[in-house]
Structure formats: C-alpha cells, structure tokens
Ligand binder design. Sequence first.
Ligand code: 28F
Length: 642
Amino acid sequence: MEKYEHKYGAEQIQVLEGLEAVRKRPGMYIGSTSIRGLHHLVYEIVDNGVDEALAGYCTEINIAIEKGNIISVEDNGRGIPVEIHPKTGISTAETVYTVLHAGGKFGGDSGYKVSGGLHGVGASVVNALSAWTEVTIQRDGGIYQMRFEKGKTVKKLEKIGESSKTGTKVRFLADDTIFETTDYDFETLETRIREIAFLTKGLKLTIEDQRLEEPKKSEFCFEGGLKSFVEYLNKNKEKINKDPIYIEKNGDVPVEIAIQYTTNYSENIYSFVNNINTIEGGTHLEGFKRSLTKVFNDYARGHNILKDKDGNLQGEDIREGITAVISVKVKEPQFEGQTKTKLGNSEVTGVVMSMMNEALASFLEENPNVAKAVLEKCISASRAREAARKARELVRRKSALETTTLPGKLADCSSKVAEECEVYIVEGDSAGGSAKQGRDRRYQAILPLWGKMLNVEKARADKIYGNDKLNPVIVAVGAGIGSDFDITKIRYGKVIIMADADVDGAHIRTLLLTFFFRYMRPLIENGNVFLAQPPLYKLSKKGMEDVYCYTDEDLDKAYKDLEGKGIARDQLGLQRYKGLGEMNPEQLWETTMNPETRILVKVTMEDAIKADETFNILMGDEVEPRREFIQKNAKYVKNLDV
Ligand code: 28F
C-alpha cells in the first residue's frame, strides 16, 4: 500500500510548532478561551474581509452562525491569491492560514491592517483553534477549496469548479476541547458587526442566526459612517445640534470625527484605532479633547460670548452632554495600558489637533446657531461646576466637622485592607438587616439603600454630591466622583450591587451602573464592580438539604437530578423568591454572600454601556422609546406589582 511520505520541510515544521504553540496557550493569542475568546475568532476572520474593503476591493461581508455553531464568513473581494509559492510549494492561501502572522497582507504598502481586539493575530490562529476550517476562494475564473483540522492541512488547495465571481468564504467550527463554550451569543456578535459597519462607511455587513427555527438576520450599511454612529448612540436623547458635526481627512493618518450634543450631562466619547475600540483612550483622544477646548474657547472669545474678564471654559464643561466618535487609522500603532487599548503614538495628537482645529472652527463659523446653543450649555455647565466645587467643599467641611465621616447607614467591616474588603450595596432596609446579620464582618461591609435613587440623567455633579441617596455611595467608596475620582483611594476591592430579581431591582441596578459608568468609570474599567446573584427558587423536602436554584434552567436540572434520586416533583416544596427580604440571614449568607458558594457577576464596560443606553430610554426625555422599551421587555417582567 502506497505510504504517503509526508516530507516535512523547514517551513512545515515551523508551521506545526506555531500551531502547537497556539493550541497550548490560546489565551496568549485570543485573550481567553471564554465566550469572549470564542467571539474573537469571528472578529479575526471578519477583519480580514474588512481589510479587503479598506483596500477598495470588497463591498459586502456576510456572516452566519449555522446550525451546530459553525461560523461562515464570506466577502466579495479579490479572493486570497491561489498561486503556488515557488519556494515552499504551498499556495499563498494555505500560507495565510497556516503560518502565524502571515496575514500581514497590507503591512508594507498603502493599506491598513485593521484587527480585532488582539491586534490581528491572523487567520492561522483561528485555524489552529478550530476543529476544522474550510476556505473557498473564487478568483481567476475558478473556485478553489482547502480544508484544515486543528490547523493541519487535510486537503490542499485544489480547483473544484469554474466561476466568474471573486471573493473569499471561510467556514469553521471552534474546537470545543479548547473553548469553555462554543455557543455564540448573537447579540454580542451583532453589536460588534454594527460597530464595524459604522466604522467602515458604505460597507454592507449582514449577520444571520441560522440556529433558530425562524432564522434571524440583521443588515448594516451606513453611508454616513460615524455620523450615523453618533445618531444611533443618541437615538433616545434630546439633541442640541440635529445634524452631527462631521469632519474627516484622508492622509497619512486618516481621521474621521462625528460630534452631536444632547441636553443631558454625561460625556460619551468613543475612540477607535484601526477599528479597535480604544477604551483607555490615548493620543488620538488627547488631540480631540485639546482641539475641542481650544476651538470652542476661541469661538466664544471671538464672538464676545466670553468676556475678557471671564476665565476659559474648562474641557469638562465643553464635553458635558457630548456624544462623539473619533476613528483614526495608524500603520504601526503602539498600544499601551492595562488592556492594551490605549494609543501611544505621540505624532497622532498633533495630526488630530491640526485637522480638527481647522475643520471645527469653520463648521462653527458656518453654523453660529449650533455654536451658540452648545456654548450656552457649556457656560451653564461651568457655573454648575463652580456650584459643585462649593457643594463638595461644603460636604468635605461638613464631614470634616462631624466625627464619623462615613454615612450612618454603612455597617463597615473591621479590615482596612481595601483589596480584601467588599461592600454590598443592598436594596431595601429588610434585606440590609439580614445582610448585616449574615455577613462576615471582618471584610464585608453593608450599605443599605432605599427607595428610588436619584435620576442621575437629569442631575449635574453639584446635585450628585449633595444627594442623600447617592452621597452615601460616594463617601463609602471614598474615591470622589468625575474628574476627581482617584481609583487608588477606593476603600473596597469589590463593590457588589445586591438587588431583587424584579423590576425594582433592575431599576436600582440600572441606576447604579449608570451612576458608576458616568461618575466612577475607572471602578468598572478596573473590574471592581459586581452584581450579586440571589437564588430565584428553593426546593425543599423534610429530611433533605434545601436546594437553591439561580435560574429557570437550574430549577429544571434540579428537578431532573432529584427525580434521578427517586424524589418526584410533587414531593418537593417550591419557593419562588420575590425579594432578598424573604431570606433569613443564614440563607442570605449561604446563597449570596459566602465566597465559597455565592455567584458574583463582574460588570464589564459593555454591561455599563448597555445600562447607560437602557437608562437613557427609561429616564431620558423621549417618551416614545420608553414605551417601546417597556412593551418589548414587558414579557421579561414577572409579578409586576401593579
Ligand atoms: C471571509 C474572510 O479573508 N478576505 C481576504 C484577501 C485578499 C488578498 C489577500 C485576503 C498574503 C500576503 C497578500 C488578493 N489579491 N475574508 C478574507 N481577502 N488576502 S484575505 O492577500 C493575502 C496575501 O500578501 C489579496 C491581491 N492582493 C491581496
């Protein structure tokens, strides 16, 4: 029998070692093997299609989650080159899919390599971490196909048909021996695809979930680019300038900026480099902020809105109520910061400032009504900041006078080592009482809150400090708010929101998350904010340990397990918890506070942004979206106490 002698040339050995390295330490290449890492696989492949669009050859990318969680991504670009490389005897396409970092297809020349959150680890990593990958290329009049398993070539590139079309189609099944889950979350993928569509003006992107009985498909194509992005972010807010300010400049460092002011007080500026969401900001954002402050102050002085005796408007006054997106493309981006999402290239500050100084100044000259409306708001913001400073001084002086600087309601813990301490912000006095009794007072503090929190949407910083509902939270956390916030001063390593699993609980959670997102953002970025997960159900039977269930699925599973032990459903008592107050201290400790048994959910920036959007709908000015939101979500609301 003809033995297929696989001659391993130097390249093949390098390929095998590379793929082995990826499979051994996947976290090094895609951040984690959680669902976030799983989603990165999709972004890596999509980004290669986006690169083809940025190079000007692709106008459409179609993504599908097929049954069985197989991912399919197809573009109508040129198709990865199929010619055989003279030296290695391997096609370019196979090289791109087997050699690490071979995907730097636009490295040298005029194009840009966009890349997912982990900076373009390339298609070969996706290949290495997939049970199988199939690549179909249409170009030069033919259809070519190759197939891999766990990164190894099982079917070399071969022609399988004729075609007059061009493009690349990649299908892959993530390796479930590597990933914690291979079950994609449609909304998460859809959100990132929408974002890519905003960032890549005119590119059509579709994503379809074919796992459902009724396949669900979303299409995105925004000729307005970032202009559409800010309109989307502000869809539920009252605008100051109906038409977003839009400026763009192509050049060595292409810059695209859109700005739209709203009547609320939060500052929402999103910055991107090569389509990567630079959550930690960087030099591009620095340039944007400096130019914004300079241009608005110059305009205010030039039009006698600011008198000589007036001081300059501060950056934070000018940014109050702003929604802006800035996107730059940089050939050799240097990323810094804890999560490598801060741009370090110093030359970009100047590039952004010079293009923005000119374009924004002429926009304001051409649109004096917008300039005046925004400046009016800035000036009242600076007055409010002055008031906030006085209020802060007052609070500080007041607390300096009082012996206990901490809110009376706070049951503090004895340890003063922040990293090991945690504070539970508990909704309602009764739950607060049980939590105080049930806790481990060495490192667990309890801060009961009551009734509806302040609607921070309509309040400025001055009201936040004085507000008797939020002030205890500010003083307990101990690190100030807004631009004063200093993460090194936090008194607890964990701030845990413990609220009921009902509508009121969801309301408190949304308000607190919005408050943290707007006034203590580093607390979220630094991963200090958590949500406690109280149980939804308790199954009980004489002579049997209580069984707690945290989700409906848990309950079904518990019934099945107990049936397996010969205990039928009708022998079991079922209690559905409507509120934390129904649990006695021991139960609350055992189910929700004991680090050995509790479930805590760490709040991510995405959660906070979603809460912020939800908050705008619930508490913003526009009534219509609120009605829609409540109607759409009503089905999730159980036992609404009407
Ligand atoms: C579904 C995912 O991956 N699309 C891609 C191209 C097009 C070219 C290319 C890709 C390696 C080093 C060049 C074609 N013709 N969609 C995709 N489309 N890669 S990946 O080239 C990669 C080579 O240099 C391409 C001419 N130049 C480039």
